[in-house]
Design a protein around this ligand. Structure first.
Ligand code: ADP
Length: 221
């Protein structure tokens, strides 16, 4: 599903080497963790997958797209393969839960009948059916994070990118969400690429762990 071959990426602004000769293969349906200290290159790895940063050397493929050669008009199709969950949720404050989740489907012009069906299904999956009318500020932190996850999977992405998704949650909620995410992997067959600095989280949930340091992959396994 994702392949990096001899990938090097530097930020133009300061010349920082964020990825240094990275080689990775992530299979369809795999649950992969990226761990490493701050500055290791984890977010940069995700930025390359999203097509947000171009690599300086090497080859990157995401699904059918070679990112070095991707045309501008294909970028929206690449993005549609991806669901993205950030630590800070990024919900729209004036929209209730239902509309936050439905938003991406309205943008692509789906019929309201279909949208209702999909939003109901996904809200059930993240256990938020009874909170559809709430505004984000009427939710707990854990519930807001669930909305962010519902929103990321509503488009039926093939790949879910998660950057420290449970960082804002307390231990009990983290454990619950970990179980739910694993269930989602089984139920939906999505490929998970999950960035964390919490090694225990990685050890309990992963099919594979990629350990990064200073832009270099130190271990995969
Ligand atoms: P992590 O996500 O593991 O904390 P990053 O991928 O954010 O690591 O950072 C990798 C390296 O790239 C670091 O040296 C960091 O300072 C640098 N870096 C990250 N983002 C930028 C940016 N937008 N511009 C310049 N340098 C950056």
């Amino acid at each position: 599903m994702i392949e990096f071959k001899n990938v090097t990426m530097k930020y133009k602004t300061n010349g920082a080497v964020a990825l240094d000769d990275v080689n990775v293969r992530i299979d369809d349906g795999e649950f992969v963790f990226i761990v490493g200290a701050s500055g290791a290159g984890k977010s940069s790895f995700l930025n390359v997958i999203m097509g947000q940063e171009k690599v300086d050397e090497g080859f990157v493929r995401v699904g059918p797209y070679s990112l070095g050669k991707i045309r501008k008009r294909d970028l929206p199709y690449l993005r549609r393969m991806l669901g993205i969950v950030f630590q800070d949720f990024r919900l729209i404050p004036k929209m209730n839960v239902y509309d936050n989740v439905a938003f991406a489907l309205r943008v692509i012009g789906m019929s309201e009948r279909k949208i209702t069906k999909r939003v109901r299904y996904v809200l059930k999956l993240v256990d938020l059916s009874d909170k559809a009318d709430n505004l984000p500020n009427q939710l707990s932190t854990g519930e807001r994070q669930r909305v962010a996850i519902a929103r990321a999977i509503i488009n039926r992405p093939r790949i879910l990118l998660l950057d420290e998704p449970l960082g804002a949650l307390d231990l009990k909620m983290r454990k619950e969400m970990q179980i739910e995410l694993k269930e989602m992997q089984r139920e939906l067959g999505i490929t998970f690429v999950y960035v964390t600095h919490d090694q225990e989280e990685a050890l309990t949930m992963s099919d594979n762990i990629i350990v990064m340091k200073d832009g270099v992959i130190q271990q995969i396994g």
